[in-house]
Ligand binder design. Structure first.
Ligand SMILES: [Zn+2]
Length: 139
């Protein structure tokens, strides 16, 4: 799958976004290491804090279908923007080396980044290895 094809999946996902409050529509498409694509769109809620980002919806969609290894995320949004901090952290859990393509609804990819540029010195699973956990105390 080409970057443009993946980006088209994100552009189509953006058309399904539910964003009646912000009017900020976002689509995401996550390409797995085996070539599958899982998409997501942002889903807002009248209780604003419950709103979900497109990136994490795509990630949850992929995880729920059994995929955990990813190579590229395409993100389609209007204007300038990149994944929020929470999404950077969520994506880092599974793919610290993820390629992130960002572009607008016109279909043009304007940025190509690596997740480790967006989230340097990330906290991740490696920080919670069991060998680094304190030994239980014996009484
Ligand atoms: Zn986000």
């Amino acid at each position: 799958m080409t970057d443009d094809q993946l980006f088209e999946c994100a552009r189509q996902a953006r058309e399904r976004a539910y964003a009646p409050y912000s009017g900020f529509f976002v689509g995401a498409a996550l390409l797995t290491m085996t070539g599958e694509v899982f998409s997501g769109c942002n889903i807002e809620n009248a209780s604003y804090g419950l709103s979900q980002c497109a990136e994490r919806v795509a990630l949850g969609n992929a995880i729920a279908h059994g995929s955990r290894q990813f190579q590229t995320l395409a993100l389609c949004l209007q204007g300038d923007g990149s994944p929020c901090g929470a999404c950077r952290q969520a994506l880092n859990e599974f793919a610290p080396e993820l390629t992130v393509l960002i572009g607008g609804p016109n279909g043009n990819i304007r940025q190509r980044l690596c997740l480790n540029e967006l989230l340097p010195n990330a906290f991740g699973p490696q920080n919670l290895k069991t060998s680094s956990l304190p030994e239980p105390r014996n009484h």
